[in-house]
Design a protein around this ligand. Structure first.
Ligand code: ZN
Length: 172
């Protein structure tokens, strides 16, 4: 049933085909790194994580900016994100997270499909706790650069997502 819905979603209309060429979150390949979903959002493992456990909350629909998210969906986004941090907390053994949305180009947004980063943190994981942000900027560039060597392998992504799917099923 779940698979059927996903296939239906990616029926290649002309508009979708155009977006798929440019948007990594509208490309069906995003399903390979998706480990959980609500009705309107996906939890996606970042292909070039800043730190282990770096995930993205992404609306299924191509929306560029935060304000394009229907007000009725905000509650779903927050409640889904809350579930996801419980999964990440369990899998990566922490209760500390950085949350960020780069909303607009001057704010550092490089992929024009709204997404929220959640990065689990541990004591002394970086020389300074704030070092994650410049790393995010570099890694965001890596995410859309398919030849970048910092990306995880497909096998690594599959293994991580299997583990996170298992944790999600156990918790919810
Ligand atoms: Zn998109």
């Amino acid at each position: 049933m779940l698979i059927y819905r996903q296939i239906t979603l990616f029926t290649p209309t002309r508009t979708n085909l155009m977006k798929e060429n440019f948007c990594p979150f509208c490309n069906p390949a995003v399903l390979k790194s998706t480990f959980a979903e609500s009705e309107n959002f996906r939890a996606v493992y970042n292909l070039a994580p800043v730190l282990p456990g770096h995930i993205l909350i992404v609306p299924k629909k191509h929306l560029s900016k935060f304000l394009e998210i229907d007000e009725a969906l905000i509650a779903e986004m927050v409640s889904f994100s809350r579930k996801i941090i419980k999964v990440i907390a369990k899998a990566f053994k922490t209760d500390s997270f950085d949350w960020t949305i780069q909303d607009g180009k001057p704010a550092g947004q490089t992929v024009e499909h709204m997404h929220m980063h959640i990065i689990p943190r541990h004591e002394n994981d970086l020389p300074d706790p704030g070092d994650w942000y410049p790393m995010l900027k570099k890694k965001t560039e890596a995410f859309i650069d398919s030849t970048n060597r910092n990306k995880l392998s497909e096998e690594e992504i599959v293994n991580i997502c299997q583990n996170l799917k298992k944790n999600y099923r156990e918790l919810f």
